[in-house]
Ligand binder design. Structure first.
Ligand SMILES: Nc1ncnc2c1ncn2[C@@H]1O[C@H](COP(=O)(O)OP(=O)(O)O)[C@@H](O)[C@H]1O
Ligand SMILES: [Mg+2]
Length: 302
């Protein structure tokens, strides 16, 4: 499809418009209000986040995208209660967040499973922490293991699993505690492309069936469009909101939509926001003048 034929990324079909209208009528789950975060370092003050405002409704899927260093991880750590804001606040169901809590499940890129516990015990861990007796926790963990298709591995240790399997366990472990919000910081970033797309489809499938709001950080544009209802686009230095995009691709999502006009139009917009046109004096390019084209001339080598 030529670019001139693309619809505007903001144009929504009636079904998509209705869906957003319905989402906005749902109760607010998480509210980020006037949030700023500065760090003091040897080099002075770093403004990691500046005046972030966002209202997330129940069961919404929000993706965050932005260049490296724009404050994505800082933001999610504040939502998790692992880091304090310098200004502003985060509210979950109206209550101010100031520490981690079981109503927020977390899945981060580095595998966060306990290496000394089996799959089953990893999932049981949080349940026992929140007061389940061992028998109930075990039964509950088994159901989750079945749901993620890893029954054969319930007594395996994390090092015996593939990267994708480990992240399935991490997702199950986070969801077993029935959190209101699932916080995910580049959870599939370390996986190969094929496993990654399987995990995306898998997460969509779980999200369709579970009452959970998802806040998902990625630097992969396709991943953000495929998964998100809305995409929060941040810019760096300081980390500010550039735009919040309502993704016009209809739900439920399926991989064929990667080629749909709405998908491509949204991707083009994200590319404009994330990789603005290069400046003339930009020296970030290969110095091709110094290279000798080889073309197909390989004969002399042999
Ligand atoms: N604990 C810290 N101390 C000092 N600076 C930090 C700290 N954590 C993050 N930063 C700085 O804040 C900015 C945002 O970092 P981060 O949230 O990790 O970005 P992202 O996840 O988008 O790559 C960066 O400039 C980073 O160096
Ligand atoms: Mg990060």
């Amino acid at each position: 499809m030529s670019e001139s034929n693309l619809p505007d990324y903001r144009v929504q079909s009636e079904a998509v418009r209705d869906r957003f209208a319905r989402i906005k009528k749902r109760p607010v789950t998480m509210e980020v209000a006037g949030l700023s975060k500065t760090f003091q370092s040897r080099h002075g003050t770093v403004t990691a986040l500046k005046d972030i405002n966002l209202t997330i409704h129940k069961r919404e899927f929000v993706c965050v995208i932005g260049p490296s260093g724009c404050g994505k991880s800082t933001l999610i750590r504040i939502l998790a209660g692992l880091e304090q804001a310098t200004e502003g606040e985060v509210r979950l169901d109206g209550k101010v967040v100031d520490k981690p809590g079981p109503e927020r499940g977390m899945v981060f890129q580095g595998y966060t499973l306990f290496p000394w516990l089996t799959v089953k015990k990893n999932i049981m861990f949080g349940l026992i922490e929140s007061g389940y007796d061992k028998g109930t926790a075990e039964a509950e963990a088994r159901q989750w293991i079945e749901l993620i298709g890893l029954s054969r591995f319930e007594n395996s240790y994390p090092h015996q699993l593939s990267g994708g399997m480990k992240q399935r366990v991490a997702i199950a472990r986070a969801l077993a505690n029935k959190p209101k919000v699932l916080l995910m910081d580049e959870p599939f970033g370390a996986l190969d492309a094929q496993t990654r797309s399987k995990m995306q489809a898998y997460l969509m499938e779980i999200w369709k069936n579970i009452d959970v709001t998802v806040f998902f950080i990625t630097h992969d544009l396709d991943e953000a469009i495929y998964l998100a209802d809305r995409i929060l686009v941040l810019k760096a230095n300081p980390g500010e909101v550039q735009e919040v995009i309502e993704v016009a691709v209809p739900q439920p999502r399926h991989p064929e939509q990667f080629l749909s006009p709405e998908f491509i139009a949204t991707k083009k917009r994200l590319e404009e926001l994330i990789h603005p046109p290069k400046q003339e004096d930009d020296d970030d390019h290969l110095n091709l003048v110094r290279m000798v084209p080889v073309n197909d001339e390989v004969g002399s080598v042999f």
